[in-house]
Write a protein that binds this ligand. Structure first.
Ligand SMILES: [Zn+2]
Length: 194
């Protein structure tokens, strides 16, 4: 939103390049990912949505072998939740299921078997100026002692240098809490909500 305010004040807003940036903010904000974390018994379900720009630095449909290799490499990293989002060791978590896909790129249908894309609001941007893509991942962890899960370290920011922030929605029996985890302070402190 900082970028939007800046652009609103800027006389450059009428140039095509900046108009494009303004439209970006309405669909997804580059640099900002969304992560939901839901506790249910010993299981923790996580869902991650991140702009392609944050993960591979581009959002056009992969054109070269290099582009495709970058996407494949990113997907394999995104399929390792406990490498990216490191839970407290005492919680003794393990990965039950992990799945990562690229959405919004017509050349890839690996996400076709998912049914949760109706909240994906950037499809209007598929036009001559290039599409917006988003990496999506779903994780299921099982933790022997969820009460010991007091923090999650976001090594994610080391893996993806373009990622600046993750907006976290944490849900448990006690309710929902929103957090913002930044590159500068890449630790989610759950001690107050768990
Ligand atoms: Zn975008």
């Amino acid at each position: 939103m900082k970028i939007a305010s800046f652009l609103a004040l800027s006389t450059l807003i009428t140039t095509p390049a900046f108009a494009e940036e303004t439209r970006h903010v309405g669909s997804h904000e580059h640099g900002v990912g969304q992560l939901s974390i839901a506790f249910d018994g010993t299981q923790i379900a996580m869902e991650l949505h991140v702009p392609g720009a944050d993960i591979v630095g581009f959002e056009y449909a992969a054109e070269s072998a290099e582009d495709r290799a970058e996407i494949a490499a990113a997907l394999s990293v995104l399929a390792q939740p406990m490498v990216l989002f490191v839970p407290s060791e005492a919680a003794q978590c393990s990965v039950i299921d992990a799945d990562a896909a690229l959405a919004g790129d017509d050349d890839h249908d690996d996400h076709a078997d998912h049914d949760d894309h109706d909240d994906h609001d950037d499809h209007d941007d598929h036009d001559e100026s290039g599409s917006h893509t988003e990496f999506q991942a779903q994780y299921l962890l099982d933790c022997a002692d969820t009460s010991a899960l007091t923090e999650i370290a976001f090594a994610y920011f080391n893996a993806f240098p373009n990622a600046l922030e993750v907006d976290v929605q944490f849900v448990s029996d006690a309710g929902a809490t929103a957090f913002e985890v930044d590159r500068d302070a890449p630790l989610l402190d759950l001690s107050d909500v768990n």
